[in-house]
Design a protein around this ligand. Structure first.
Ligand code: ADP
Length: 630
């Protein structure tokens, strides 16, 4: 029975013929073993019931006084006196011999024996009703065995319930151990420098002897620094995969628990496991969660994190490179790490995993697109150009999103349009064409966006306009102008920066020209424009007064983990200058934009009206519209 139940309920897709393949019976046996304690337990309970029934329940239990009466009237001719039981036997018509007729619980009654003697009742004592040796052994062993079994299971698996209490510190469920990651460097694209740096580690893990013979010291700890989604975890797994060594992963956030000491013991456990399987890779994600500098953590620091961090340092100092364990850790905020972590012998090497550039993005897109059916006309370069600033994970998501869109439109292949839509979705949130925007607002948005587009068109070296849209997206954006860089920009000149400010201010300028009033729609533009203007003064040394002078300011330590106060390394007077100069630059540029666009009212109107009727204007159409006016 149990076998049948076990199979039906837990074998997922098995069919009868696959049971003979050799793999299945093993599964099946494992299941039996898994459920064995339960089956045994049920069996014993059943047995107990049957025995109890057979031994006791057939004989009616009567009150002691009734029992005595039955003796007195001569019905009971023999009595078995047990420790906690009296059984009265007598002759029944259907049996030749005396059979048990009644049982009762004895009472401390000295006159009972007299009564028996008086009626010539045969009586004798039985030591204790025997339950059989098997039952007594099982009665002891089974509960013990069951307790042990469940304890083992919970501590091994981390358990679902109560795991934190039963297996504090030994909670292996959080430590993800992969024997073979199966990931190689071919699965990672667009981060060639990082790959090149990590290749040395792979080589070491493969041939440790070569290094130890020469006496070279291989770094024990490598810090992968980069924004979320840039592929740090993927790279770490690829290192393990390339070297063919096991991969142990734990996230920094998992270390820090409610109970003091849990984190430290998890660190110990992690390293113990890794050493047991060395050579191995230990990967700690979000290192900053534990490795935050003790100085800057301020009041946010806690004993638990410090203990965990100390334990990590102890572990890292405790093995040398010959142990064959290499620790990779990921963070996107290396500057807040405790300096102790970065000392030689610990995470003394940093590998930058940057957001991919144009070519890198194209490679990542192509890599992920291998899994989907592409329309031959899809131009990945164009997709890559529309995704500046996105990380690998976003790109993987875009490919997936495009594939989903193709399925939704019941196409067999993913087209360029699917990609465009997927990018927009990722960049600006979900498309919400149904959102009701009042006519007046739509009007403002159309003119505002036209301002950006036209100014971008007229500013030398500005990124060309790819698309203007007044389809509302996400929660905030009512419209947008998409500019695609013609090429990857690493350097921007002073005039190009000013050009960017012009384009940002143009939206509001057109509102002023057309409606003689301005709206709140420019909020984000103004923030970005002011940021550029300020950075030109403080970071790039492009002001008249502080020409070529770097004026740093940074967030200082505070009571909040990532708040704090602004620390300036310049005087109050300089701050005043920066504020005034920023305002002056913005004002100057705004006047310039106003003057330029005031002369282009026919173009503005034409583009804006087209936008209002068509909602979206692509690059070719936009150029056509402004040409037509000339
Ligand atoms: P991180 O650890 O830096 O936050 P992940 O390694 O977890 O990022 O990346 C998440 C996913 O994004 C990966 O599993 C992979 O599918 C994709 N991805 C990210 N970067 C790359 C890359 N450089 N090449 C290929 N895929 C990438």
């Amino acid at each position: 029975m149990s076998d049948q139940v076990g199979r039906n309920a837990f074998d997922v897709p098995s069919s009868s013929e696959s049971e003979s393949t050799g793999e299945k019976p093993r599964d099946w046996r494992r299941k039996i073993v898994k459920w064995l304690p339960l089956i045994l337990f049920a069996g014993i309970i059943l047995g107990q019931l049957v025995i109890g029934w057979g031994a006791g329940n057939q004989v009616p239990t009567v009150e002691y006084s009734v029992f005595k009466e039955r003796v007195a009237i001569g019905e009971i001719t023999r009595v078995e006196i047990g420790v906690d039981n009296l059984v009265g036997l007598g002759i029944r018509s259907d049996a030749a011999e005396a059979v048990p007729l009644y049982q009762s619980v004895p009472v401390d009654d000295p006159s009972f024996v007299d009564l028996l003697d008086e009626h010539n009742v045969e009586y004798y004592a039985v030591p204790e009703r025997s339950t059989g040796w098997l039952t007594s052994i099982l009665g002891w062993l089974l509960p013990l065995g069951l307790i042990f079994y469940f304890w083992r299971r919970m501590s091994r698996k981390g358990g679902v319930m109560g795991s934190d209490i039963l297996s504090i510190g030994k909670n292996k469920s959080r430590i993800v151990a992969e024997g073979e990651t199966g990931v190689t460097f071919d699965d990672v694209a667009g981060v060639d420098e990082a790959k090149a740096e990590l290749e040395e580690i792979v080589d070491f893990l493969k041939n440790p002897d070569r290094y130890s013979e020469i006496g070279g010291r291989i770094p024990k700890g490598i810090l992968l620094v980069g924004a979320p989604g840039t592929g740090k975890t993927l790279l770490a797994r690829a290192v393990a995969g390339e070297a063919g060594v096991p991969f142990f992963r734990l996230s920094g956030a998992d270390f820090v628990e409610m109970f003091v000491g849990v984190g430290a013991s998890r660190v110990r456990d992690l390293f113990k496991q890794a050493r047991g399987k060395s050579p191995a890779i230990v990967f700690i994600d979000e290192l900053d969660a534990i490795g935050k500098s003790r100085a800057t953590a301020g009041m946010g620091s806690n004993d638990e994190r410090e203990q965990t961090l100390n334990q990590l340092l102890v572990e890292m100092d405790g093995f040398d490179a010959t142990t064959g364990v290499i620790v990779l850790a990921a963070t996107n905020r290396p500057e807040i790490l405790d300096p102790a972590l970065l000392r030689p012998g610990r995470f003394d090497r940093q590998v930058l995993v940057d957001k991919p550039d144009l070519i890198g993005r194209q490679q990542i897109l192509v890599l992920h697109a291998e899994k989907v059916k592409l329309d031959p006309a899809v131009d990945m370069n164009r997709v890559a150009r529309g995704t500046a600033g996105l990380a690998g994970a976003d790109l993987a998501n875009i490919v997936n999103e495009a594939a989903l869109l193709a399925v939704r439109s019941e196409r067999k292949r993913v087209t360029q349009e699917d990609f465009s839509e997927a990018i927009e979705k990722t960049l600006a949130g979900l498309s919400r064409p149904n959102r009701l925007v009042q006519k007046r607002e739509r009007n403002i948005v159309a003119y505002h966006e036209t301002g950006h587009a036209l100014m971008a068109h007229m500013t030398p070296n500005a990124d060309p306009v790819e698309k203007i849209s007044i389809v509302p997206r996400g929660l905030g954006a009512l419209g947008y102008t998409l500019q695609l860089p013609a090429e990857e920009r690493l350097l921007l000149t002073r005039s190009e920066l000013l050009g960017r400010i012009d384009v940002l201010l143009a939206g509001r300028a057109v509102e002023e020209i057309e409606f003689e009033d301005v709206s709140t729609g420019a909020g984000n533009d103004l923030t970005r424009a002011a940021e550029i203007a300020r950075k030109m003064i403080t970071d790039y040394g492009m002001s008249d007064k502080f020409r070529n002078v770097y004026l740093p300011s940074r967030r200082g330590g505070g009571f909040l983990d990532d708040g704090g106060f602004l620390q300036r390394e310049y005087s109050e007077t300089t701050q005043t200058y920066i504020d005034e100069e920023t305002a002056r630059v913005i004002d100057e540029r705004y006047n310039h934009v106003l003057a330029t666009l005031s002369e282009k009212r026919p173009e503005i109107e034409r583009v804006a009206e087209t936008l209002l009727s068509e909602e979206v204007v692509e690059r070719e159409r936009f150029e056509e519209l402004i040409q037509a006016v000339n």
